[in-house]
Design a binder for this molecule. Structure first.
Ligand code: NDP
Length: 296
């Protein structure tokens, strides 16, 4: 047995999808005593072979450790798993690394408190392959004292980024990152389809995509203080230019026989910004246009 097992608290992991399995594995590697439970019991087999205790019931899994890591699809799954075992929740520390909305995270924390458990919300910013590495961070929010008390245990999984007491904050930061991540990844896939339709392989165009994405940081650095200052003058670029440019993309897409729905939808928002704010402004006016809510 690893000597650290003597001093580290036992940990229970509920939910053994790709993420939960990686997490339980990281705790085993770090010498923790790990108890696991999963709805589909067979997913625990390899972890049990590596030394984890496979709990027969949720109650048994909760009884095994004060610290209970939840890695379930969403908060609805948490209620499915924990409601029937609610009397066993008293005194537990739920580290909920299942992603969901900020509001559901707040409701989940209040629900846990009603059953005598404390709740930390987490938003994990790496795929399973990054679990066990300090290279990636997980957002956390909830009681600061609880976070600080268990930070060493959390750090076995990833680096930590504590965002504040509000249980919804970690979920909010996570969703903000997902907003950027999914739309960016989708734009890249659209670019690949457009390239492919013109005989250019993904491996040929992707280095250019990586260059463009790498260069984004300087745009963000340049625009952020201007956006915060409400400065949207078109001294560097104008919405009219962006509309014309994206219109070329839509037409190139259509001419190539590729579905233009994605750039066409973005072009509609550009035109909305031009109509509402004037074509002489910078495209950063979109920040305000989005903030005003859905188009009529
Ligand atoms: P999965 O959805 O693949 O698996 C999660 C687990 O939830 C499984 O063990 C599954 O059990 C269980 N589950 C789902 N519904 C229920 C239910 N009604 N009752 C009981 N158990 C249920 O998710 P991942 O492992 O990929 O991820 C876990 C969390 O981490 C998710 O919230 C995800 O958004 C987040 N995340 C995932 C990343 C990734 O790359 N995978 C990256 C960052 C965050 P069973 O095995 O029986 O189906």
């Amino acid at each position: 047995m690893n000597p650290s097992a003597v001093t580290t608290p036992p940990v229970t992991v509920l939910g053994l999808g790709p993420m939960g399995r990686a997490m339980a594995g990281a705790y085993l590697d770090a010498g923790y005593r790990v108890t696991v439970w999963n709805r589909t019991a067979s997913r625990a087999d390899d972890l049990v072979a590596r030394g984890a205790v496979g709990a027969a019931t949720v109650e048994e899994a909760l009884a095994a450790s004060e610290v209970v890591v939840l890695s379930l699809t969403d908060y609805a799954a948490m209620y499915s798993v924990l409601e029937p075992a609610a009397p066993a929740l008293a005194g537990r520390v739920l580290v909920n690394l299942s992603s969901d909305t900020p509001e559901r995270a707040r409701e989940g924390a209040a629900w846990a408190a009603r059953h005598g458990a404390r709740h930390l919300t987490g938003g994990v910013q790496t795929p399973p392959s990054g679990i066990g590495s300090a290279e990636f961070d997980t957002f956390y929010s909830g009681p600061r004292d609880l976070f600080e008390q268990y930070e060493d245990v959390l750090k076995v999984l990833t680096g930590t980024d504590y965002r504040g007491e509000d249980p919804g904050l970690a979920a909010l930061y996570y969703q903000l990152q997902m907003d950027l991540f999914w739309t960016t990844l989708t734009a890249w896939l659209h670019m690949l389809a457009l390239a492919d339709a013109n005989g250019i392989k993904p491996s040929e165009i992707t280095p250019y995509a990586a260059g463009t994405l790498g260069g984004m940081e300087q745009f963000l650095d340049f625009y952020t203080p201007r956006i915060e200052a409400g400065q949207h003058s078109g001294d560097v670029e104008r919405i009219s230019m962006a509309v014309a440019s994206l219109d070329h993309v839509v037409h190139t897409t259509r001419d190539s026989g590729v579905d233009p729905a994605l750039p066409a939808a973005v072009l509609r928002t550009f035109r909305r910004a031009a109509a509402e704010s004037g074509e002489e402004d910078s495209l950063t006016r979109l920040f305000e246009v989005f903030g005003r809510g859905a188009a009529a």
